[in-house]
Design a protein around this ligand. Structure first.
Ligand SMILES: NC(=O)c1ccc[n+]([C@@H]2O[C@H](COP(=O)([O-])OP(=O)(O)OC[C@H]3O[C@@H](n4cnc5c(N)ncnc54)[C@H](O)[C@@H]3O)[C@@H](O)[C@H]2O)c1
Length: 461
């Protein structure tokens, strides 16, 4: 068997970004510096949407207000961002006093709906972090509010924008597998990143909607975008078998834990000055313990998840999410009548490299915004046509920082080149936000009721 290698995806991706279709965000495009308020000054709000916007997009945006329910945190973040706008704990007061054009929502997932809807009611457009929301009722309320107020709501699906995920989209768009019939998608969170969800507010369905929503919304959005069809039904299985009540011991927090020496999940927050300032110094206001025990008895999210998803173009997806893998990465395959497309990220034995230190750093690298990263590795996409002896290997430059390079490309589109064409449809709104969370919400219902759940039982999109 012969193998052809094409180092073409760099230019392919460049072309895709250069020719985005004009979008309808007229208000966004045609005024000078945008007056922005941000609600939720935690790690994502203060870093990617905070300090990073001030440092790298200062000509395009001006912060007019910051808001959080934690008064200590919002004051600290105001200083860390180096802005002189007022800090608030009352969202309505901020909106009425500052009249921002856009509101960025980076609060805890289950509270996004409150601010998305209220911002529209008070006259602003919205940029919201994923997941758009966590329940069917809140999804319906957001869709209805947008109908009433006619405001823009952009949902920031940064993974779409990574060169690797973009190149997969381009291949499928160009007909790499012909008429698509099924997809295998398996995502592995390593024992550092996976465990981090069980340490934080994410460990409760009422806060995060579970990883079916908080994390898998990224994956379901990629699937919806790649497959280019609507999901219609979900059949799912899930269990909590590793973290939570399954642990052999537990403590209040890692800082005070008597099992520090034996627990493989011991994590020392005191070594990170920024996290100490952001969370530990402000525990007195909301009691939120950032380094909680991953073995808390009351954790109620699943740590093993598996689903079959049916689409309205007859594609069937087999999906799984693992939260305690030795390595972080994913595998995907698209089957079609004309052939198959395979790809993967960061599988160590295929990369020929594994270090524990690198696994430990992967999540913080993913969260770090870098404008000057020079890729030294490639992602690979294999396209193999039926009855053909040769397969194509398409190599895409691999960006490690900022969600595979997706964060920077998404922000450039939002703030620097909003007029650029968008032929692959990278930018996402409430319909995409809704379908991506509804798959996870349907999965929860399917597990609870032991049956196949149709999405149109949940919401009218
Ligand atoms: N796109 C991505 O790749 C990505 C990465 C990380 C986080 N996120 C999203 O960003 C959001 C924030 O996550 P984070 O990691 O920064 O969490 P975090 O805990 O660091 O921050 C959340 C902030 O929201 C505040 N908050 C909680 N409830 C509130 C309420 N009712 N009103 C106002 N503020 C409230 C908290 O005090 C905290 O400051 C989440 O929705 C998360 O899913 C997205």
């Amino acid at each position: 068997m012969h193998r052809r290698t094409f180092l073409k995806a760099g230019s392919l991706v460049g072309a895709a970004f250069a020719t985005r279709q004009a979008r309808a965000f007229d208000l966004w495009k045609n005024t000078a510096r945008k007056r922005i308020a941000l609600v939720g000054t935690g790690i994502r709000g203060s870093s990617l949407w905070g300090r990073n916007l001030v440092e790298n997009y200062g000509e395009q945006v001006e912060f007019v207000g910051l808001c959080d329910i934690n008064p200590g945190r919002v004051e600290f973040v105001k200083g860390a961002m180096g802005v002189d706008c007022p800090a608030y704990t009352d969202f309505d007061k901020m909106m009425n006093e500052q009249q921002p054009e856009w509101v960025i929502v980076t609060t805890m997932d289950s509270t996004h709906d409150i601010y998305i809807i209220r911002a529209m009611e008070l006259g602003a457009h919205v940029i919201t972090e994923k997941p758009m929301t966590t329940t069917a009722e809140k999804t319906q309320a957001i869709l209805d509010a947008q109908d009433r107020h006619g405001k823009e709501v952009l949902v920031t699906f940064n993974y779409r924008h990574s060169p690797h995920n973009t190149a997969i989209k381009q291949q499928l768009h160009d007909g790499a597998v012909g008429k698509m019939t099924s997809v295998d998608f398996h995502w592995y969170l390593n024992v550092y990143h996976g465990a981090s969800y069980f340490r934080r507010w994410h460990g409760y369905v009422k806060n995060s909607g579970s990883l079916w929503v908080h994390k898998a919304t990224h994956h379901f959005d990629l699937l919806n975008w790649w497959i280019d069809a609507k999901p219609v039904a979900v059949t799912a299985l899930g269990a909590l078998e590793h973290y939570g009540k399954n642990g052999p011991y537990r403590g209040e927090s890692c800082r005070t834990c008597p099992h520090k020496n034996e627990c493989p999940y011991y994590w020392d927050i005191t070594k990170d000055e920024y996290l100490m300032d952001l969370y530990v110094d402000n525990e007195e206001y909301d009691g939120y313990i950032r380094d909680s025990c991953v073995f808390r008895e009351d954790i109620d999210i699943w740590d093993k998840m598996s689903a079959q998803i049916e689409y309205d173009n007859d594609v069937v997806v087999n999906y799984s999410l693992t939260t305690y893998s030795p390595y972080e990465g994913y595998r995907i395959a698209f089957n079609g009548h004309d052939g198959r497309l395979d790809s993967w990220e960061d599988i160590p034995y295929q990369r020929g490299e594994y270090t524990e230190a690198e696994q430990g750093a992967m999540h913080s690298d993913e969260m770090t915004f870098k404008t000057d990263e020079v890729p030294t590795e490639f992602h690979e996409i294999i396209v193999h046509k039926n009855f053909e002896p040769e397969f194509e290997s398409i190599k895409v430059p691999k960006f490690r920082y900022g969600h595979g390079g997706g964060d920077q490309r998404m922000l450039d589109y939002l703030f620097v080149n909003p007029d650029a064409a968008d032929p692959l449809g990278h930018m996402a709104g409430t319909t995409d936000g809704a379908y991506s969370v509804l798959i996870g919400i349907a999965a929860r219902k399917s597990i609870a009721e032991g049956r196949r759940v149709r999405l149109d039982e949940l919401v009218k999109v």
